[in-house]
Design a protein around this ligand. Structure first.
Ligand code: 13P
Length: 342
């Protein structure tokens, strides 16, 4: 394991003013998003859409790294080069989603456990040879009647830590993603309790598995009320609960934290990230940035609609959201930026 290389990659991903773009939707998830907009669910359309994203002019000014799905990793851009090469040309570090998805957890109705450890060592070696510099694994924690259970949290965090150890062995920086879902009508306090348990268990497991935290990035959920909760807390309350939780559970040696958006609106995801960077400026030991999928891509996807004629418009929308989140990462986002889309 080359620790210096891991630390360099992690620091490059967390560079000031930039964040990550998650464009690693699995085929079923990507198809679901396409279907909602009447876009045909084909490998070629998925390729064309990813081509649109990767060739957006100036994207590398705001995006340090992009996470790909296996299918995209093996496809080529319109220019006939691999997506890995196209990202590198754009100044963006290529990464890969390596988990095999969250599956129903046996004996625990309503809960999921993420699969993908079997054969992971050889898959990581292949991705590293193809040019990936980092990887991602997502665990899903659901809030509901009597859940999450400690068994679900422990099972998922154990898998995340074993994945992280294998990544570092292969020279890839592991992004560890314990996602407490927004689904439900619970209050923010319940999300806070579940997020605390998950982060606590995760760092316990990472320690046990001898993972070098200098070469790890945490991708957490923000601490939010459920989507269906009648009381929606304001931006400052979300910022304080989220960073308070991180300060309590995330070791200072970690290079950075990059949030998932989880179904928040694009504007709220920018507002909340910005508020955290304003309110805790100079008081956080790690970089605090984004690793959004929907909150960066959704407006662009809705404009594209699978039509070549809409590509330029969609790319402008993508560039705009990347710029908004780059500002948020520095605590400089404001609502006026939403009117600056040219
Ligand atoms: P969202 O930002 O849409 O939650 O996606 C982030 C991600 O990578 C989920 O694994």
């Amino acid at each position: 394991m080359n620790v210096t290389q891991l630390i360099d990659t992690a620091n490059a991903l967390m560079i000031d003013g930039k964040g990550l773009l998650a464009m690693d939707e699995s085929n079923p998830t990507c198809n679901k998003r396409f279907a909602a907009l009447g876009i045909a669910q084909t490998a070629e359309n998925r390729r064309a859409y990813r081509n649109l994203i990767v060739t957006t002019p100036g994207l590398g000014d705001f995006i340090s790294g992009a996470i790909l799905f296996d299918e995209t990793m093996r496809q080529q851009t319109n220019a006939g080069i691999s997506f890995v090469e196209a990202l590198k040309k754009a100044g963006i570090i290529p990464g890969i989603k390596v988990d095999m998805g969250a599956k129903d957890m046996a004996g625990f109705p309503g809960e999921k456990v993420t699969e993908g450890l079997d054969g992971l060592r050889s898959r990581l070696a292949e991705y590293a040879a193809m040019g990936a510099k980092f990887a991602k694994w997502r665990a899903v924690i659901t809030i509901g009647e009597g859940i999450p259970t400690q068994a679900c949290i422990d099972g998922n965090m154990h898998a995340l830590a074993r994945y992280a150890a294998l990544c570092q062995e292969a020279g890839l920086v592991p992004i560890v993603e314990p996602e407490v879902l927004m689904d439900g009508s619970h209050m923010l306090e319940l999300c806070l309790a579940a997020t605390e348990k998950a982060q606590h268990a995760l760092f316990d497991q990472l320690y046990q598995m001898r993972v070098d935290l200098r070469g790890v990035i945490l991708k957490p959920n923000m601490v939010l009320p459920g989507k269906g909760c009648a009381h929606q807390d304001n931006v400052d309350r979300v910022a304080d609960a989220t960073v308070g939780c991180l300060l309590q559970h995330v070791p200072a040696i970690l290079p950075g934290v990059a949030f998932l958006s989880g179904g928040q609106s694009a504007e709220l995801a920018s507002q909340r990230l910005s508020a955290m960077n304003v309110r805790f400026k100079g008081r956080m030991p790690w970089a605090l940035t984004f690793s959004y999928s929907r909150a960066i891509q959704q407006p662009a996807l809705e404009l594209w609609k699978g039509q070549p004629a809409n590509i330029t418009l969609a790319q402008r929308a993508l560039h705009h959201r990347a710029a908004c989140n780059s500002a948020a990462r520095r605590g400089l986002y404001n609502a006026a930026m939403e009117k600056q889309l040219v």
